[in-house]
Write a protein that binds this ligand. Structure first.
Ligand code: AMP
Length: 543
């Protein structure tokens, strides 16, 4: 019998380590650029040397394999350097969500047991408030765009650029087990304190390869290739900016990091640096549209993956008409994140048919086993109508919540990761999320999708933004309450009439007509820019 594990003594078992993602771009495209805010430019060759310098700084600070380094920064070349150098020396990168409340940031830093914190000077006041209660931190390195003396009570170990400049520019990165933890970060659920998730080198490498294969194999649209210019508009603390900095670096493309997001700056960078590929939540698209420079910015070469929330049809239409190749992606913090992409692979579709596909949740990417199941884990549908929970298996899913056995088992009940998302799946394997399990509104025993209702209301020309929550109702159990930011004066009756157009044609259940409408000035968002249903419920539903 053949022994498939037989291996000659000198054979090298190539481990799937993050350092190996750097191998080909540095060899193939050493002069390609990594740009920060249009102000600083580094070649890949310089980037590699800076990664080595940073590794040497970390070792000099006493960082050991298994230690955790917290990073608090806006999207920058420095962050990208940390994405590589920290895991490459065997340490764990904690991408700290800087938009959480100080108490939540404190909780995450202590819970992840951060040993060092690399902090943009903008967040020093936040650390000043909590530093006395930080249990494990041995030192702080400040990150600045331009060097200057910092007035702070945070005991700084040094400044990033000064430390890098003093460190040797070569580092021999050792091999180690590909299953070693590389990254960790926290996800804010609808209840309780944030929950920690974590990913290994092997998981991040496989996520990079599979997501890239789904993107680069697209024939018609939504394709990412070597001549693209990449810029994230999803924070690097949010699920590794959806893994795209690893994908872009591995592909060796020009990369642009925009710092703190300011719509006019983002639009300026897209135009100046000829950005062709980005990803963001729908809220960012709203912000860009409302910027005075939007109308005059040419976005016709721009491709953008929308995730984190459903892509509303009206928004999709507006961007398609501006020439943008816009389409949905789906995933969550627990899943590294990418699970599916909504790419169009048919010819001769009408605009409405294109929008229909681009706004779906998408088809599972390679190596993702995605099922839609009922409560007994039986597959439902394939008919595009029957709904169930999305459960998944793939090589890159968090294997547990950090130090949280109970929720970890709930997450992985029955050997599949439970997303908590409700979806249908059609005969072409396109998934459409209709709701979060906690978001569905139950009217007289019938479920109605708050997302679908939001999608319909957002198509009314007077509506700028909308969020729908379930309001307790004696008669119906719950009724949908639409919180609407109006572009121009619009009454509740008019919006109900608009919704009726969709109930008459059977697109929405009749229950949608029980809609109540409240006009509001703005809709609260979470730290990662999604509609904050939890806060909206507290604000508008609790008497
Ligand atoms: P997070 O862990 O903050 O990234 O949130 C993940 C959740 O965002 C998912 O479980 C979904 O509920 C939602 N989500 C992400 N992408 C999409 C999408 N394309 N359509 C609808 N909901 C989405």
């Amino acid at each position: 019998m053949t022994d498939f594990t037989e291996k000659t003594q000198s054979a090298y078992s190539y481990p799937l380590l993050i350092k190996n993602l750097l191998y080909s771009p540095v060899v193939d495209t050493p002069r390609q650029e990594i740009v920060y805010r249009g102000e600083k430019r580094f070649t890949y060759e310089q980037f590699r040397r800076r990664v080595c310098r940073l590794a040497n700084v970390l070792v000099e600070l006493g960082v050991q394999p298994g230690d955790t380094i917290g990073v608090m920064d806006w999207d920058s070349h420095r962050y990208l350097e940390c994405f590589f150098a920290v895991p490459m020396i065997g340490a764990v990168l904690h991408t700290v969500n800087v938009k959480l409340s100080p108490e939540q940031v404190l909780y995450t830093l202590n819970h992840a047991e951060d040993d060092y914190i690399f902090v943009n000077e903008e967040f020093l006041p936040l650390l000043e408030q909590i530093k006395a209660r930080l249990d494990m931190v041995k030192g702080y390195v400040v990150l600045q765009d331009e060097y200057r003396q910092t007035e702070t009570t945070v005991p700084l170990t040094g400044e990033y650029e000064t430390l890098l400049a003093a460190a040797p520019e070569a580092h021999a990165f050792a091999d180690f087990d590909e299953n070693r933890r590389a990254t960790t970060f926290y996800t804010t659920g609808t209840t309780g304190m944030p929950k920690g998730v974590f990913f290994s080198h092997r998981q991040l490498v496989l996520h990079t390869l599979a997501t890239l294969s789904a993107l680069s194999s697209a024939a018609k649209q939504g394709r990412f290739h070597r001549e693209d210019v990449y810029m994230p508009i999803t924070p690097m603390f949010h699920v590794h900016a959806w893994g795209f900095p690893y994908i872009a670096t591995f592909t060796g493309v020009k990369q642009v990091y925009p710092g703190k997001y300011m719509p006019s700056n983002v639009l300026r960078l897209i135009a100046q640096e000829k950005v062709t590929f980005s990803h963001c939540v729908p809220t960012i698209l709203h912000l860009l549209m409302n910027d005075p420079t939007f109308a005059d910015t040419d976005l016709s070469a721009w491709k953008v993956v929308i995730g984190g929330a459903a892509l509303p049809k009206a928004l999709c239409r507006a961007y398609l008409r501006k020439g943008v190749d816009i389409f949905s992606g789906y995933g969550m913090s627990e899943t590294c994140p990418v699970l599916s992409l909504a790419q169009v692979d048919e010819d001769d579709l009408s605009e409405e048919q294109e929008i229909e596909i681009r706004c779906k949740t998408g088809r599972a990417i390679p190596l993702v086993d995605l099922r839609v199941v009922d409560t007994d884990m039986h597959d439902v549908g394939g008919d595009g109508r029957s709904v169930g929970e999305v459960v998944v298996r793939s090589p890159w899913l968090t294997q547990a919540y950090l130090k949280d056995k109970r929720n970890s088992e709930l997450l992985w009940q029955g050997g599949y990761l439970h997303t908590g998302d409700v979806a249908s799946i059609d005969d072409r394997a396109y998934v459409s999320i209709t709701d979060r399990i906690k978001d569905v509104i139950k009217i007289g025993g019938e479920w109605i999708s708050s997302l679908e209702l939001e999608d319909v209301i957002s198509q009314h020309p007077s509506v700028a933004e909308v969020a729908v929550v379930g309001k307790a109702d004696e008669k119906w159990g719950e009724r949908p309450l639409a919180l609407v930011v109006a572009k121009e004066k619009v009454g509740a009756k008019e919006l109900v009439r608009h919704v009726q157009g969709f109930t008459d044609t059977g697109i929405l259940n009749k229950q949608a007509l029980l809609l109540k409408v409240e006009l509001v000035d703005s809709i609260d968002k979470t730290s990662v820019g999604k509609i904050d249903k939890k806060l909206l419920r507290e604000k508008y539903l609790i008497p």
